[in-house]
Design a protein around this ligand. Structure first.
Ligand SMILES: [Zn+2]
Ligand SMILES: [Zn+2]
Length: 238
């Protein structure tokens, strides 16, 4: 992790995380930072690097981006950059298609006989496997999760963990993987509190469907079914 000092000894990822935990109104700070990294990576790739031979080779190798990032690319709306990159991927794909044998290779059919057919390789890569934007997001995610674990452990993020940018359950689970299946108590506690409140609201929501309670006034439980989804998996990803 980069330890660039900036206004203290905590490093840039810590400061960005601190800011997102404090100010991010649409939920999970890590989701927000990771999505932003992916979008910026994609934009700079389109505006600056579409003619770079290394970038073209990687784009060809993965036959473009995964579905999510391919459509994000369309949203960016750079027709020329997209055409240049996908022309390279299309040529690569045509190469693959011209080389696909119409009968199984002897070795492949032998493997099928021995029971390995379910592990059969594809004739050519699935578009987007090894997506470059996914890789840039993954690397940012690891960095921010590490900063989150450090900040929760040394209490430097105290008071922010249950703020507007409190992390989603998906990222809590991923943080436990980065932390070697352990999690700082402060992080578990704020998530438990948030989930207990959501559980009570979901319970109230369901209660309204009961004939006996159907005339009770609605409160903040009205949108609990949407809030629990955002808590579990973070805000809708672009
Ligand atoms: Zn998240
Ligand atoms: Zn992707």
């Amino acid at each position: 992790m980069s330890r660039v000092a900036m206004g203290g000894d905590k490093g840039l990822p810590h400061h960005k995380l601190e800011e997102a935990l404090r100010e991010q109104r649409e939920g999970c700070a890590v989701c927000h930072l990771v999505n932003r990294t992916g979008r910026r990576y994609l934009e700079s790739l389109l505006y600056e690097d579409v003619n770079d031979p290394g970038v073209q080779a990687r784009f060809r190798g993965s036959l473009g981006f995964c579905s999510r990032h391919a459509y994000l690319m369309l949203d960016v709306g750079d027709g020329l950059g997209t055409s240049i990159l996908y022309r390279a991927a299309t040529r690569e794909l045509l190469e693959y298609l011209s080389q696909i044998p119409d009968a199984p290779k002897p070795l492949a059919s032998l493997r099928a006989l021995l029971g390995g057919a379910s592990e059969a390789e594809t004739a050519f890569p699935e578009p987007g496997s090894g997506c470059m934007v996914c890789r840039s997001e993954k690397s940012a995610e690891d960095t921010y999760l590490r900063a989150l674990l450090d900040g929760a452990e040394d209490w430097s993020l105290e008071g922010l963990l249950d703020g507007p940018g409190a992390i989603c359950v998906r990222h809590l689970s991923r943080a436990s993987r980065v932390g070697g299946s352990r999690l700082p108590e402060a992080l578990v506690e704020v998530t438990r509190e948030a989930l207990k409140e959501l559980e009570a609201d979901l319970d109230l929501y369901v209660r309204h469907s009961d004939h006996q309670h159907k005339d009770e006034p609605w409160g903040k439980e009205r949108n609990a079914w949407k809030r629990i989804v955002a808590k579990m998996v973070g805000p809708r990803r672009p």
